[in-house]
Design a protein around this ligand. Sequence first.
Ligand code: ADP
Length: 473
Amino acid sequence: MYGRLLVSLLALTVIPVIVLQVFYSSYLISNIRNNRMQLVRDYGTLLMEDLLTSDYLEGNTSELIDTELRNFTGLYDGRALIINSSYLVRFDTYGMLTGKFMVTKASILAMQGSEEDYYDPLTDQASVTCVIKDDNEEIKGFILFFVSCSDLTNTYSSLRNTTIIVIFVFVAILTLLSFALARTFTRPFEQLGESINRISEGNFDENVNLSGFTEIETISAAFNKMKGSLKHLEETRQEFVSNVSHELKTPLTSMKVLADSLNTQDNVPLETYKDFMLDIGSEVDRENRIINDLLSLVKMDQGESQLNIANLTVNETLEAVLKPLRPIAARKGVELRFDNNRIVLADYDEVKLNIAISNLVENAIKYNIAGGWVHLSLDADETYFYITVEDSGIGIPEEYQSRIFERFYRVDKTRSRETGGTGLGLAITKEVIELHHGNIKVSSREDEGTAFAVRIPLVYKPEEENRSGGDRI
Ligand code: ADP
């Protein structure tokens, strides 16, 4: 890019300057030579009048004309010849050909009316032929001028030399500027390339700080933003992988401990065996739950294509959610209530919504107190339906509320484990709701209770790209 930019800049600056110089110079010199020839022709035209009126061509002499002509040609270091129609040279300012005949190709052409001017670069002389015609347009003779152009050429040469020096300096400055500009343009891209390489090597710490042009600064800011997202993604990924390994290892470790303790003891009573085997069984269930939850999340990560949308009655789905949970709530002494007054029809994936709301109600029971209550409600307007799950449980401290939807995040690990939690429930719930272009918001007070509010559009539009954020409720 640097090379191309440099060549382009040079092509756009230096080349036009040189081309302009070459063309302008040749135009200039030919223009001033033409001016001189025109001046001589104008003088010749004036002289013709005098020659005709004084019958100079027929033999009369005129000292005035001769002197004037000598003076004029003397000015330009030149020569003039006045020739009549018989090719007799009436006057030669050099005196050499006066009274002699001059029959040359040029004289014959002149007598035929041809008035050709030409410049001879070898002698640096211009020749101008002025044909003398009387009032009846009859050719009476002609004047042949030879004027030197060397004074013009000399002035022009010295001028050109100065110009060449100026142009050379100018071109040198332009070339240096082109180098500097090309460098300025390409440097940020090089820096960006270096940063991308560092990121590819896993180094997310350094920010790029490109400056100079607004566009470059915009790229720089966008790049840093993208790098921030990548860094966050990488951290989340690493955390997730380490969480997954840890979570999957915990039940296995428990099982190993239980099995080892049975193996190392002799004559273990059957009761103890049974107890231990029950524990091992529940650890297997736990492992199974984690794997199933992880599989659901992985599937949902593949996006909306995983949804099986149908137009259904939300009330029925919520009843189906509550059915298996009623005995659990009853066992815990928690009152489970559902305001099922209004029938709501909407587009959703029944299995997934069931899982999402089950997680919320299950949590509301799990993190509740004996004698507490869980209140499920359903409402709708013309665009959305709203589900709220409120409980009178232990609540979630303010500082943890923003993190509870993260995968494997638990406020109280021990309590979650005791109640069979995997730490994935709310992450799954949020994912399901967002796949339906809805959102979920939590509000909670420690030791008072928690409320989860869900909002989902009644009509599912697959092309809708923007997922609703938690702040939209
Ligand atoms: P878990 O399997 O541990 O229940 P979740 O993802 O379902 O995982 O919930 C994450 C954490 O959020 C829980 O460990 C718990 O600390 C907290 N939590 C969720 N729901 C409630 C609730 N209704 N009341 C109090 N705490 C809750």
